[in-house]
Design a protein around this ligand. Structure first.
Ligand code: 5GP
Ligand code: MN
Length: 340
């Protein structure tokens, strides 16, 4: 990967002359929002603003904070759109400034997109995905080569407030998102800046080992047995195509009492095989089929998610969905990765 300009320089250029620091600091009507089915990066980049800003912002997630991130400081302050849609819409309507973290298109906030669009508040995007819907935001800070939204938020805070403004809770949130979006520094971590950011965050006495435990050592017995089951019965491997996928039916999920959050990370098991370059997880939901794609080498799964699965993401980690049956989705996946 090419070495880029330092994030501090790029962020400074992208913010330009906008008085972003003032907008965020001087108002008690700031809302921060991230995407549906939040992951550690979404939750971390959202919560970090609660800790940094003295007028505490409203924190919004379309379908709330997944239980496995409930331990993060101030996770209980997040308003769940599914449970309290009116409160989320009111917060968006009344905000002077809306900070949008870890998503690139309004479709990622689902039913809250109209309220965001309609709001008179300034919309500031801080994101690391490709293909930003630029006309939806007033300021776009987009660095797709960065590891995570949390890294981007870290550098933004560093630029505008300096290292001393980042307290332990802010640092814990940001470090968590960097870890979850890089598989603990095993991918999306080619740029030196991610280690610089991590080193600075660890310097805030964050108990990094404890955070890794919170992220990784969280399985229930049934979740572990479910993983054993799908690896035995729901894994298909195509060595000649260097491709493998796992599929999960609704019945499988019911049988083991599994939630979508329990399948976070499952796709990466396809990638641990030496001969595999591209892996997928296909999981049945009640109204659609979710697809997660991962790539180790030069296959651009963002393009494939965009072309075939109504989605997107990053070159090496993307997601999307279909509205056809599970069987048809598997056939489509095989036709894309095997028969072409
Ligand atoms: P996952 O496979 O873990 O759900 O998602 C992997 C990456 O792809 C994440 O960075 C996520 O933000 C992105 N992603 C997942 N689903 C979608 C989608 O439906 N649309 C877009 N644009 N990106 C997605
Ligand atoms: Mn992210």
């Amino acid at each position: 990967m090419e070495r880029e300009l330092h994030p501090l320089d790029i962020i400074s250029q992208q913010i330009g002359s906008a008085p972003l620091k003032q907008w965020l600091e001087c108002s008690d009507r700031v809302a921060v929002i991230s995407h549906m089915n939040a992951d550690g990066d979404a939750v971390g980049s959202l919560l970090s603003w609660y800790h940094l800003l003295q007028h505490r912002p409203q924190l919004l997630l379309p379908n709330g904070c997944p239980p496995n991130f409930g331990w993060m400081p101030a996770a209980d302050k997040i308003v769940n759109g599914d449970a309290d849609r009116a409160r989320c819409e009111k917060a968006l309507a009344e905000a002077d400034t809306i900070v949008c973290v870890d998503f690139n298109t309004l479709s990622r906030i689902d039913f809250l997109a109209p309220a965001l669009s309609a709001s008179k508040g300034r919309k500031v995007l801080l994101d690391h995905h490709n293909d930003v819907q630029t006309d939806a935001f007033d300021i776009v800070v987009s660095l797709p080569h960065l590891s995570s939204a949390c890294e981007l938020v870290y550098w933004t805070m560093r630029l505008l407030w300096g290292e001393d403004a980042i307290d332990r809770d802010t640092a814990r949130c940001l470090y968590t998102g960097i870890c979850t979006d890089t598989g603990s520094f095993s991918y999306s971590s080619e740029q030196p800046s991610v280690y610089e950011a991590a080193a600075a965050l660890v310097g805030h006495d964050i108990d990094a080992a404890g955070i890794h435990n919170h992220i990784n050592d969280t399985f229930s017995e049934s979740r572990l047995r479910f993983y054993g089951f799908v690896l035995s019965h729901r894994l298909r491997v195509f060595p000649e195509s260097r491709f493998a996928y796992i599929y999960v039916t609704l019945e499988d999920q019911r049988r083991f009492g599994i939630t979508p959050a329990d399948m976070e990370g499952l796709v990466s098991y396809t990638m641990v095989m030496k001969q595999i370059s591209v892996g997928a997880l296909v999981r049945e939901e009640s109204a659609r089929i979710r697809v997660s794609l991962r790539s180790k080498h030069d296959v651009d799964v963002n393009r494939i998610a965009h072309t075939y699965f109504n989605g997107g993401g990053h070159t090496k980690a993307s997601g999307g969905h279909t509205t056809v049956s599970l069987q048809e989705t598997l056939e489509l996946l095989e036709s894309v990765f095997i028969h072409c």
